[in-house]
Design a protein around this ligand. Sequence first.
Ligand code: PAD
Ligand code: ZN
Ligand code: ZN
Length: 378
Amino acid sequence: MSTAGKVIKCKAAIIWEPKKPFSIVEIEVAPPKAHEVRIQILATGVCRSDDHVLSGALAVKFPIILGHEAAGVVESIGEGVTSVKPGDKVIPLFVPQCGECRACLHPRGNLCTKNDLGVSTGLMADGTSRFTYQGKPVHHFVGTSTFTEYTVVCENAVAKIDAAAPLEKVCLIGCGFSTGYGAAVNSAKVEPGSTCAVFGLGGVGLSAVMGCKAAGASRIIGVDINKDKFAKAKELGATECINPQDFKKPIQDVLIEMTDGGVDYSFEVIGRTETMIAALASCHMNFGTSVAVGVPPSASEITFSPMLLFTGRTWMGSVFGAWKSKDSVPKLVSDFMAKKFTLDPLITHTLPFHKINEAFELLRTGKSIRSVLLLQNP
Ligand code: PAD
Ligand code: ZN
Ligand code: ZN
């Protein structure tokens, strides 16, 4: 029997307040309104950005359904939706692409103004939520909310992908892989023969390593305080790995010495203000570029010497790897299917949805790269 047009009761992982575990409860998911799409989520990755909400670093409205790196199947569509239909395999997009705003129309812009990042509302465009628990609304997260069996997203925030794509792998294209890889190939535009440093070797940082390698970098230096990350980083293209805790001097001084004055490109893929400055200072003063990828705590500010910029360095940020999401995600999935890159080394754990708290513990203790939660059998 079709569920289209009806409220769906299903399981979702709700967070009630920071520093508390997920509770899996039965929620109600309203049908999609005009220009909205209801998706059955089948696989979702666990990204540090979700954990930033749990730790309290990222300010959102509670209660909330987190999750933003997923893949699923369209269950039903609202009025006026033309780009997807029920049964299509899709990836939800935490950076939408409306195609009409200045960012979407600019050749270099990808942070569509319809996004719900930064100061988040936790609501759909009409100012309401599609989720209720015991009659009370529950907030959406960055327009996706994938830690639930069913979610509702705006049509601008969903991309149709190859029907043959393995959802338990390509869900990483919804965030971690695309963010890191794109930071190297789109934002920095790493050139063949260049020297790169990647700070933070988690799922996103390792994807940046893969992007640097694909772009032809000849030296890729991985930087992490967890040496257990080094073997995988080397497997994916890092030529050397260093642990800041092994040195008495600041890591930027170590990198400047190792590279005769600084790297061509550095990437901060941790989300800490100190390492953002260290990454900037590590790149060459004349022509070095540093890309800030890690999500900083909402309330943080940075103080740094303006000489770091005056002497010629470039500092830029990168959200979702600077990909125009709705156009690029289907192509990234096709590239994956054509074996132009691999996702397997990034997926260290695959767990059933009810083990969501365990998956976050694996991330916090540095034991996982990416955990993928399966909601049904994809
Ligand atoms: P992760 O926790 O898997 O990886 C972070 C890595 O940094 C770990 O290996 C840590 O050991 C390492 N680390 C921690 N502190 C330090 C330190 N002081 N010096 C060196 N290494 C350190 O996270 P992830 O890969 O899922 O995400 C990384 C960041 O990227 C995180 O802040 C996340 O919120 C952000 C992100 N940004 C976007 C975007 O669009 N810009 C998208 C997705 C994730
Ligand atoms: Zn993410
Ligand atoms: Zn837009």
